[in-house]
Design a protein around this ligand. Structure first.
Ligand code: H2B
Length: 97
Protein backbone atom coordinates (compact mmCIF):
# COMPACT_ATOMS: atom_id res chain seq x y z
CA UNK A 1 0.00 0.00 0.00
CA UNK A 2 1.11 3.49 -0.80
CA UNK A 3 2.81 6.12 1.33
CA UNK A 4 -0.06 8.55 0.85
CA UNK A 5 -2.38 10.01 3.48
CA UNK A 6 -5.55 7.93 3.90
CA UNK A 7 -8.99 9.47 4.17
CA UNK A 8 -11.07 8.94 7.32
CA UNK A 9 -13.31 6.53 5.36
CA UNK A 10 -10.33 4.51 4.14
CA UNK A 11 -8.98 4.27 7.69
CA UNK A 12 -12.36 3.15 9.07
CA UNK A 13 -12.71 0.52 6.32
CA UNK A 14 -9.28 -0.88 7.17
CA UNK A 15 -9.99 -0.82 10.93
CA UNK A 16 -13.08 -2.97 10.38
CA UNK A 17 -10.71 -5.83 9.52
CA UNK A 18 -8.10 -5.10 12.19
CA UNK A 19 -9.44 -6.35 15.55
CA UNK A 20 -8.30 -4.32 18.55
CA UNK A 21 -6.89 -1.46 16.50
CA UNK A 22 -8.17 2.11 16.82
CA UNK A 23 -7.08 5.62 15.96
CA UNK A 24 -5.61 7.26 19.05
CA UNK A 25 -3.96 10.69 18.93
CA UNK A 26 -3.91 10.50 15.14
CA UNK A 27 -2.04 7.18 15.05
CA UNK A 28 -3.06 3.55 14.57
CA UNK A 29 -2.92 2.07 18.05
CA UNK A 30 -3.17 -1.39 19.59
CA UNK A 31 -2.17 -2.94 22.92
CA UNK A 32 -0.92 -6.50 22.33
CA UNK A 33 -0.77 -9.12 25.09
CA UNK A 34 1.34 -12.25 24.68
CA UNK A 35 1.76 -15.38 26.80
CA UNK A 36 5.23 -14.42 28.01
CA UNK A 37 8.07 -11.90 27.68
CA UNK A 38 9.82 -14.31 25.29
CA UNK A 39 6.73 -14.46 23.05
CA UNK A 40 6.44 -10.64 23.06
CA UNK A 41 10.12 -10.12 22.19
CA UNK A 42 10.07 -12.89 19.58
CA UNK A 43 7.14 -11.18 17.89
CA UNK A 44 8.86 -7.78 18.08
CA UNK A 45 11.99 -9.17 16.40
CA UNK A 46 9.94 -10.71 13.59
CA UNK A 47 8.05 -7.43 13.13
CA UNK A 48 11.33 -5.47 13.23
CA UNK A 49 12.81 -7.53 10.38
CA UNK A 50 9.74 -6.85 8.24
CA UNK A 51 9.63 -3.17 9.23
CA UNK A 52 13.25 -2.59 8.36
CA UNK A 53 12.97 -4.41 5.03
CA UNK A 54 10.06 -2.09 4.18
CA UNK A 55 11.67 1.02 5.67
CA UNK A 56 8.58 1.62 7.78
CA UNK A 57 9.10 1.47 11.52
CA UNK A 58 6.73 1.22 14.49
CA UNK A 59 6.63 3.34 17.62
CA UNK A 60 6.19 0.82 20.43
CA UNK A 61 6.76 0.07 24.09
CA UNK A 62 7.19 -3.28 25.78
CA UNK A 63 6.58 -4.19 29.41
CA UNK A 64 6.91 -7.92 30.11
CA UNK A 65 4.26 -9.65 27.92
CA UNK A 66 2.59 -6.46 26.66
CA UNK A 67 3.48 -4.33 23.64
CA UNK A 68 1.79 -1.01 22.93
CA UNK A 69 2.03 0.00 19.28
CA UNK A 70 1.47 3.31 17.50
CA UNK A 71 1.75 3.46 13.73
CA UNK A 72 1.89 6.53 11.59
CA UNK A 73 3.92 7.95 8.74
CA UNK A 74 6.23 10.63 10.10
CA UNK A 75 7.02 11.92 6.62
CA UNK A 76 3.33 12.80 6.14
CA UNK A 77 2.41 13.35 9.80
CA UNK A 78 -0.56 11.10 9.01
CA UNK A 79 -1.74 7.49 8.73
CA UNK A 80 -0.88 5.99 5.33
CA UNK A 81 -1.36 2.70 3.54
CA UNK A 82 2.03 1.63 4.82
CA UNK A 83 0.73 1.79 8.40
CA UNK A 84 -2.22 -0.42 7.46
CA UNK A 85 0.17 -2.85 5.82
CA UNK A 86 2.36 -2.98 8.93
CA UNK A 87 -0.67 -3.44 11.21
CA UNK A 88 -1.86 -6.36 9.04
CA UNK A 89 1.56 -7.93 9.17
CA UNK A 90 1.68 -7.52 12.96
CA UNK A 91 -1.66 -9.35 13.18
CA UNK A 92 -0.45 -12.12 10.92
CA UNK A 93 2.68 -12.65 13.03
CA UNK A 94 0.78 -12.40 16.32
CA UNK A 95 -1.48 -15.23 15.13
CA UNK A 96 1.48 -17.52 14.74
CA UNK A 97 2.90 -16.97 18.26
N1 H2B B 1 8.66 4.77 9.57
C1 H2B B 1 7.48 5.31 9.78
N2 H2B B 1 6.60 4.72 10.58
N3 H2B B 1 7.15 6.47 9.20
C2 H2B B 1 7.98 7.12 8.37
O1 H2B B 1 7.65 8.17 7.85
C3 H2B B 1 9.24 6.54 8.13
C4 H2B B 1 9.56 5.32 8.78
N4 H2B B 1 10.10 7.10 7.31
N5 H2B B 1 10.75 4.77 8.62
C5 H2B B 1 11.31 6.49 6.92
C6 H2B B 1 11.82 5.45 7.89
C7 H2B B 1 12.29 7.63 6.68
O2 H2B B 1 12.69 8.20 7.89
C8 H2B B 1 13.49 7.19 5.87
C9 H2B B 1 14.40 8.35 5.62
O3 H2B B 1 13.04 6.61 4.69
Amino acid sequence: MARTKLSEAEIQAALAELPGWAVQDGKLHKAFKFDSFAAAIGWMVSVAVYADKNDHHPEWRNVYSRVWVDLWTHDLAAISGRDIDLARHMEKLAGSQ
